[in-house]
Ligand binder design. Structure first.
Ligand SMILES: Nc1ncnc2c1ncn2[C@@H]1O[C@H](COP(=O)(O)OP(=O)(O)O)[C@@H](O)[C@H]1O
Ligand SMILES: [Mg+2]
Length: 157
């Protein structure tokens, strides 16, 4: 899909949040500046995160408790030396209701597998986004998202 401006990236994040399963894993692919953090931030805001949403570039992970239970984990593995560093973060995946992972290709196979793979790329002044379901949970997530987006259009008009 085409995301002509940052608002469109935010809207995709909102739809992903509204359609999310009780436990879900998102892998966010794309070069620096593609809009991965923009998407993650919009998603976290929609889930009710009100405080600062810091970039996990140096900490590798930022964790946010969710009002619905569990935590959302936002990871940015751009600066990770090797996937093994993930083990030292003491990530107990039982607490994670939602994984948002930037640069998942640097996780060295230690990440939980993606339900949805999102690929972002610069396209002119805007961005292009590809959303690929990787599991049955991901397929259901994508279907709910399409419904949510149609309802969004209806509610806005
Ligand atoms: N669809 C879009 N069209 C144009 N600019 C966008 C779009 N989505 C995000 N941006 C802008 O791209 C810039 C980089 O975004 P960011 O989310 O930090 O990228 P990344 O995390 O992939 O490095 C930000 O200034 C953001 O506002
Ligand atoms: Mg980023």
């Amino acid at each position: 899909m085409l995301l002509p401006d940052a608002d469109a990236t935010n809207a995709l994040g909102v739809a992903l949040a509204r359609a999310r399963p009780a436990k879900g894993v998102l892998h966010l692919y794309g070069d620096l500046g593609a809009g991965k953090s923009t998407l993650a931030r919009a998603l976290l805001r929609e889930l009710g995160v009100t405080g600062a949403i810091r970039s996990p570039t140096y900490t590798l992970v930022e964790r946010y408790p969710l009002s619905t239970g569990g935590e959302a984990w936002h990871l940015d593995l751009y600066r990770i030396a090797d996937g093994g560093e993930l083990e030292f973060l003491g990530l107990d995946s039982d607490e994670a209701a939602l994984w948002l992972v930037e640069w998942p290709e640097r996780g060295g196979g230690l990440l939980p597998p993606a339900d949805l793979k999102i690929e972002l790329a610069v396209a002119g002044d805007g961005r292009r986004a590809g959303v690929t379901p990787m599991t049955e949970a991901g397929q259901a997530w994508l279907r709910r998202m399409q419904t949510v987006r149609q309802q969004g259009v209806a509610a806005d008009s």
